[in-house]
Write a protein that binds this ligand. Structure first.
Ligand SMILES: [Zn+2]
Length: 200
């Protein structure tokens, strides 16, 4: 009869009381729960922990990267203006490589350029979106000054080569009068003579 006992029950009868007895010991209990290995806990090396300034630096670097990603071609305001121009019947070239500052939207035959500029990066005067971040003010100010200087340099170069430039700020792209502004600047849509550099 005894030999008919399954092996697993025989093992359980031996090991279960041992296991339950061991659970009374706190160290073993923690070990069994997988929370703490037996023995003294290793002291924490505080020099390995990041300092407050490390964390702060990381935050500002992430912010800088995010903002840098926003700063560039094919931004949302630019796409809104391009879509509207297309709907109005205008055709144009994008980011012309041979012109100063690679302007956004180029109407070569009309000798006109539309630049859609972000209020934050290009410092729209008096605009609520042209704020300066509270941290690392000098860094931001330097960046903004560079952008503004570059913009005015490009504008002078374009004007000297006979291009008219219309600046549309990011906060203006949803204004109802945008359509009228575009048409006033560009003239009526439709086919125009291709631009020839030798014309008067
Ligand atoms: Zn603005």
């Amino acid at each position: 009869m005894r030999s008919l006992y399954p092996v697993s029950i025989r093992c359980a009868r031996i090991f279960l009381p041992l296991y339950l007895g061991a659970l009374r010991c706190r160290q073993f209990r923690y070990f069994a729960m997988g929370l703490l290995a037996p023995g003294p806990r290793a002291p924490i090396n505080t020099s390995m922990l990041p300092t407050i300034s490390d964390i702060f630096q990381d935050v500002t670097d992430t912010r800088r990267r995010n903002m840098a990603a926003v700063h560039g071609k094919d931004t949302k305001p630019e796409l809104i203006v391009r879509r509207l121009l297309h709907k109005m019947g205008y055709r144009y070239r994008l980011h012309s490589q041979h012109l100063a500052g690679k302007p956004d939207i180029v109407f070569a035959s009309r000798r006109k350029i539309i630049e859609v500029q972000g209020c934050f990066w290009h410092r729209h005067p008096g605009c609520q979106f042209a704020s300066t971040p509270a941290t690392r003010k000098d860094f931001w100010q330097q960046k903004f000054d560079q952008n503004v200087r570059r913009d005015s340099r490009n504008r002078v170069a374009l004007a000297q080569s006979g291009w008219s430039v219309l600046i549309i700020w990011g906060c203006e792209v949803r204004a109802p009068e945008l359509r009228t502004r575009l048409q006033t600047f560009l003239g009526p849509p439709g086919a125009t003579q291709p631009y020839r550099s030798d014309r008067c």
